[in-house]
Unconditional design. Structure first.
Length: 688
């Protein structure tokens, strides 16, 4: 009996000692497996990792973690192959097991006390950090890579602890106090009930990392980013758990992480209350490049959107259009940049020439938009940067759609995060554009997630631009009352009306005061779309006869300029569609002049990819450093210019032969515009 008591006391004492020891986070291994010299290096290695772990993670894990250097299975080629293609990188990520945490069906994830590291790292650990094997990608050397593997697995262990912070911790506590029926009705409670992770399951992390719910019926978290070449490790796209673990590695170890992925850095900084490398200066680029139909390799299309230069951010909404992909409107954002040398202030809203528009669009590399591809997600979705003037003209003049531009309620910090997210998405995001489920609105809301961290904003969704607009109003982010006074709204650049009213007013005046032949057209639409250039010229000549005084001639000519300008836009757009239709019909042919021209047009589209700076950035992740953006060489500029000229000349010659009537009509429209402009100038001079 006495022996039993002694044994019990010994056991209790051992347990008490073990618990005391386990209260403090530390890493340890089995010294019996190694020589003294080897284990000394292992201890030094584990100490170096411990020094990197945030205090919050240490306090939550609060136990000894056994590190087993073992055969983890899979390929033994543990080092990164920096020159691999994206597809090969994906394949390698699925076959190489660098580390492992055992979390089986019956395992209590909160009490896992060990992790495995691929034993092939031991030779690098024994060699020490002084002269490691070096790489041009990833964590740059083998010793740091081994450290990152331990950090990666520790991130999993921490994730399993279900440690909530901030508002999510408050919601969890509040939901636990509710009756079951009340919890089931509350959307925040339902989400928290399904969130069994510390970080990877939190709403703010899922949104920051791009794991959004997709699916028309069955909703599932997906990451649609296809820009795997701009990832530090494609393994982050496997699932949200691995996404967090990969980002945690770089958050801790890469001094440039806060510059290359600033909004993810902010997310992890908030969670851990820890800011590694906080004082490292950022040399990342804040330039974006205008997307333009004019592809001139000699022109610099860069625009600096450094957050410190942005006075305000507007939600920019184009009303619904007639095309299938436009019937729900279009969601964009407008960055209010002040004119050079001008201090930030309300008057910067008038500097429209310097404002840029941020617009998610389908990147169409076909010669015509295929609605079926748009429905199936076969077009890449990417962020386009446009000038405000071009955007307003595109919608108000080209498509006769109203444009609303309302300031978004943001703090300086929120606006900074918003613009930083734009830079991240511009350089590192290529999604899949679905007209119905992953469109401009669903993409646009992701920028808001980066800046508005409260759950009400984080749980906001929108299937179309109008719904997003209504949600912003509901959450108090935009104020629709700014549109009540239309004159003030136009003066303050909150509202840009479609030119429909102007065109109808112009044609109404011509019918009322001009030559009688204008009344042969039913209305402005009939005149704009059904009249021919030569018939209209006869009307111009009648107006300029002695029958009308010069003041009437001047006013009527000004109206005609507006109408002819719109006709030119429509005529050129229709001709573009005719050519695209002809090209599309011959794609399956293997010979013929039309096929050659079609191939030439596709080659022109390919050349735009070379000109795009995002395709010329050095291989790295996130927002590139300024030194990583390779400018076009003089030789490349000349090649592109010469090739474009040759292709353009060939297509022009072909078009003149294939579409003589359409070319002749466009020629007459241009002559009409020139003649109208000349006469308007002459009449205006005589009136003085």
């Amino acid at each position: 009996m006495k022996n039993i008591v002694v044994l019990l006391l010994f056991f209790v004492g051992f347990q008490a000692k073990a618990v005391t020891s386990a209260d403090k986070f530390h890493l340890f291994s089995d010294p019996k497996k190694y020589t003294k010299e080897q284990y000394r290096e292992i201890i030094r290695f584990m100490d170096s990792v411990e020094a990197l772990v945030p205090e919050k993670m240490k306090s939550v894990l609060a136990r000894g973690i056994f590190v087993d250097f073992a055969d983890t299975g899979g390929s033994q080629l543990i080092y990164p192959q920096c020159d691999l293609s994206v597809e090969n990188l994906k394949q390698k990520a699925d076959t190489v097991i660098l580390g492992h945490v055992e979390n089986g069906l019956f395992t209590n994830a909160k009490s896992i006390s060990g992790l495995s590291v691929n034993k092939n790292f031991l030779k690098d650990i024994y060699a020490g950090p002084a002269a490691p094997k070096r790489f041009t990608c990833g964590h740059k050397d083998a010793y740091r890579m081994a450290q990152s593997v331990v950090l990666h697995e520790l991130a999993h262990l921490y994730d399993f602890m279900e440690t909530k912070v901030g508002e999510e911790a408050d919601v969890k506590k509040a939901c636990e106090a509710l009756e079951r029926e009340e919890r089931d009705r509350d959307i925040k409670c339902r989400f928290q009930a399904g969130n069994r992770k510390s970080v990877s399951g939190s709403m703010t992390y899922l949104n920051a990392a791009g794991w959004t719910e997709k699916g028309l019926i069955i909703k599932k978290r997906k990451n649609l980013n296809l820009a795997l070449d701009r990832s530090p490790d494609v393994y982050e796209y496997k699932n949200p758990l691995e996404s967090f673990a990969v980002n945690f590695e770089y958050f801790i170890m890469d001094p440039d992480f806060k510059c290359r992925r600033p909004t993810m850095y902010d997310e992890l900084r908030r969670h851990f209350d820890f800011a590694p490398n906080a004082n490292v200066p950022c040399t990342t680029s804040t330039d974006v490049y205008l997307s333009t139909a004019q592809m001139d390799p000699q022109t610099n299309y860069a625009v600096d959107i450094d957050p410190s230069r942005v006075y305000e951010v507007d939600y920019l909404f184009a009303s619904e259009g007639e095309a299938f992909m436009s019937r729900w409107g279009h969601a964009m954002y407008r960055l209010i940049l002040c004119a050079p040398g001008k201090p930030k202030g309300p008057s910067c809203r008038q500097d429209v020439a310097y404002h840029v528009v941020v617009s998610y669009r389908a990147m169409v590399t076909d010669l015509q938009i295929d609605s079926r591809k748009g429905l199936n997600g076969d077009y890449p979705s990417r962020l386009f940067i446009l000038t405000m003037n071009d955007t307003v003209d595109e919608y108000t003049k080209g498509e006769l759609r109203n444009v609303i531009s309302l300031p978004m309620k943001m703090t300086t910090e929120e606006r900074t995060l918003f613009v930083q997210r734009i830079l991240e998405q511009y350089w590192s995001y290529r999604g899949s554009y679905y007209f119905l489920s992953n469109n401009c609105a669903t993409e646009a809301v992701s920028l808001t997630y980066a800046s508005k961290k409260d759950l009400q904003h984080q749980m906001m969704t929108a299937d179309d631009p109008l719904e997003l607009y209504r949600n912003y109003i509901k959450l108090g982010m935009v104020n629709p009352k700014l549109l009540d006074n239309k004159k003030n709204a136009k003066d303050q650049t909150y509202f840009f009306p479609a030119h429909t009213e102007k065109l109808y007013k112009a044609f109404g005046a011509l019918q009322a005061e001009g030559p009688a032949k204008f009344k042969s057209y039913k209305d402005a639409r009939d005149y704009l779309f059904n009249s021919r250039a030569t018939d209209r010229r006869a009307l111009f000549q009648a107006l300029w006869s002695d029958k009308y005084n010069r003041d009437t001639q001047r006013r009527m000519t000004a109206y005609l300029v507006q109408l002819e300008e719109h006709i030119q836009r429509v005529t050129e757009a229709q001709f573009g569609k005719v050519v695209a239709d002809r090209f599309a019909k011959v794609q399956k042919d293997t010979s013929g002049k039309t096929k050659q021209m079609s191939d030439g047009a596709i080659k022109m589209l390919k050349l735009t990819e070379i000109v795009m700076p995002e395709n010329r950035a050095a291989k790295a992740y996130g927002v590139p450093l300024k030194t990583e953006i390779k400018p076009l060489s003089e030789g490349e500029k000349k090649y592109i210019s010469d090739t474009l000229q040759t292709l353009t000349d060939g297509i022009k010659t072909w078009a003149f032969n294939e579409f003589p009537q359409e070319i002749e009509e466009m020629k007459h429209v241009m002559e009409n515009r020139n003649e109208l402009a000349k006469n308007l100038i002459d009449l205006s001079k005589r009136a003085k």
